[in-house]
Design a protein around this ligand. Structure first.
Ligand SMILES: Cc1cc2nc3c(=O)[nH]c(=O)nc-3n(C[C@H](O)[C@H](O)[C@H](O)COP(=O)(O)O)c2cc1C
Length: 197
């Protein structure tokens, strides 16, 4: 089993990275393979909406030459995508949004002369999120966006783990949060295992 973690925080030592760490440790303990892609290290240009990809049915078919295709290959080769992001303006961070735009457009051949495949079909997705507001008001729009992104791409949505940044002097990660991240990793693995049995 393999998880592809799309890491959308610009902060290597930030809150999202702090929750991701025990999540990854638990994956390793369960022998779930992981690949973490730090999106701020990558060149992912915005979708131009040119539509060229829609008539290129057997490939991703994007006209832009950047890191998108390589990232998409990792996305297509895993069992579950983990969208790890802080909330910025009630949604994910910019490189994550750009990646999702490109993946849901070039990856779903609905709008060309003839309909083609959904290239991420059969994958699953979950999100690991941190935000400043209470999660139900900070991450609700983002979660709904991920749900719809998944539905459009025939990707199964598995759930969210969101923890709030209180902004105080206490460390973001405490024992409870660390355990929640480990439990989330276990729950995702169990959900996938149950489907495969
Ligand atoms: C530019 C910016 C925009 C933000 N927008 C929101 C927001 O709309 N809603 C929210 O709940 N928190 C918002 N936050 C708070 C962050 O989501 C929160 O501090 C998060 O834990 C930061 O994660 P990081 O340390 O991984 O960067 C924002 C923070 C920044 C820097």
């Amino acid at each position: 089993m393999k998880f592809c973690i799309l890491m959308g925080s610009p902060r290597r030592e930030g809150n999202t990275a702090a929750v991701l760490r025990p999540f990854l440790e638990e994956c390793a303990a369960m022998e779930v393979e992981t690949e973490t892609i730090w999106l701020y290290d990558k060149k992912i240009d915005p979708c131009l909406g040119c539509g060229t990809c829609q008539d290129r049915l057997k490939e991703l078919g994007c006209v832009q030459e950047d890191d998108f295709e390589e990232i998409f290959r990792s996305m297509a080769a895993c069992d579950a995508l983990i969208f790890a992001t802080p909330i910025y303006s009630w949604y994910c961070t910019p490189p994550m949004k750009v990646l999702m735009d490109r993946a849901i457009y070039a990856g779903v051949k609905n709008y060309g002369r003839e309909r083609g495949p959904k290239l991420l079909e059969g994958r699953r997705a979950a999100t690991l999120t941190t935000c400043g507001y209470p999660p139900e008001r900070g991450a609700d729009l983002w979660e709904e966006g991920v749900r719809r992104w998944c539905r459009h791409g025939n990707v199964e949505y598995l759930g969210i783990l969101c923890r709030r940044d209180w902004g105080g002097t206490e460390p973001f990660l405490n024992e409870d949060r660390e355990q929640a991240a480990r439990d989330f990793a276990q729950a995702l693995r169990m959900a996938i295992r149950a489907e495969e049995l």
